[in-house]
Design a protein around this ligand. Sequence first.
Ligand SMILES: NC(=O)c1ccc[n+]([C@@H]2O[C@H](COP(=O)([O-])OP(=O)(O)OC[C@H]3O[C@@H](n4cnc5c(N)ncnc54)[C@H](OP(=O)(O)O)[C@@H]3O)[C@@H](O)[C@H]2O)c1
Length: 322
Amino acid sequence: MSPARGMMAAMPSSRWTADSIPDLSGQTTVVTGANSGLGFHAALELARYGATVVMACRDLRRGEAALSRIKKEVGRPAVELRRLDLADLTSVRAFSVEMRTAHPQIHLLVNNAGVMAIPRGETADGFELQLGINHLGHFALTGLLLPCLAATPDPRVVTVSSQLHTLGAIEFDDLMSERRYGPWRAYGQSKLANLLFTFELQRRADRAGMTLLSAASHPGYAATNLQVAAAARQSTWIRQASATFTRVVAQPAAQGALPSLYAATMPDVRGGDFIGPDSFGGARGFPTRVKAAAKAYDPITAADLWEHSVDLTGVDFDALDN
Ligand SMILES: NC(=O)c1ccc[n+]([C@@H]2O[C@H](COP(=O)([O-])OP(=O)(O)OC[C@H]3O[C@@H](n4cnc5c(N)ncnc54)[C@H](OP(=O)(O)O)[C@@H]3O)[C@@H](O)[C@H]2O)c1
């Protein structure tokens, strides 16, 4: 998985599929939210191509069921299940301590888990749920696993964002949406934060002379549990309309996982790339390099968000200071 920063970028093939994943034997990988949807398919394919996969799941029962499905499909995969609740920094720290002992070298971290457009709630640490799980939990996790990533020659971090980052703004005077909450607005903020983090991590790794590659992906519109959970508290009519729309318009979860898999495994991916589907305005299709909204590339907002994230989580990415 050598990063190709500085090399001429080849555009991803227009019909790239998981069949083109290179041999991943000897690579240790971590996928958050690996029991469902895109995370499940990412874990499945990484395992199929020989990686050791740590499935980081908040519910071990759902994780066990997913692990059995992977075993059925792959034969004897090197897959293990560990508990990680991104809505609780104590759990993130415990997971990271376990990992540092069990896997002192990590080649790939896929920050995939997420929640979407749910009613306002707070994590164990008092963060608004969507920012807390989608961004701050992954920020802390990445920082705490950085020593394991830094212990491999060409580590990668792939963070899953969304086209809906375009809805978001980083509300520094109300980051936790205490004064004003809109479920989609908060989702947009969290997915914009995913991109700002991705690009800022790459800038900081470059400055530190670390060969870490940080890239982002989005799945377009994929049929997963995310839409079901988002519509859960709506009226029966809205739930049915949402389910029908998803059934007709969305692509299968396995297809939606391809951009993450491309970003995670292909040698022509460059630091700061954003990979998403190539058709229907980015809603469906095969992985290609895409552009985020201009606000996602703003280094001042990114640095500011980084400092806020350090203060809020207490995780300071020491390894980047070396
Ligand atoms: N599907 C789409 O069309 C779409 C579009 C754009 C972006 N995305 C992004 O894709 C990513 C994956 O979502 P998906 O579509 O695959 O949805 P999904 O099927 O609902 O999967 C989400 C995963 O995240 C896990 N998760 C939620 N809260 C967590 C927490 N506190 N700690 C640890 N894990 C947690 C879930 O665990 P449980 O099963 O236990 O709930 C599940 O494994 C998300 O980041 C989402 O924003 C999806």
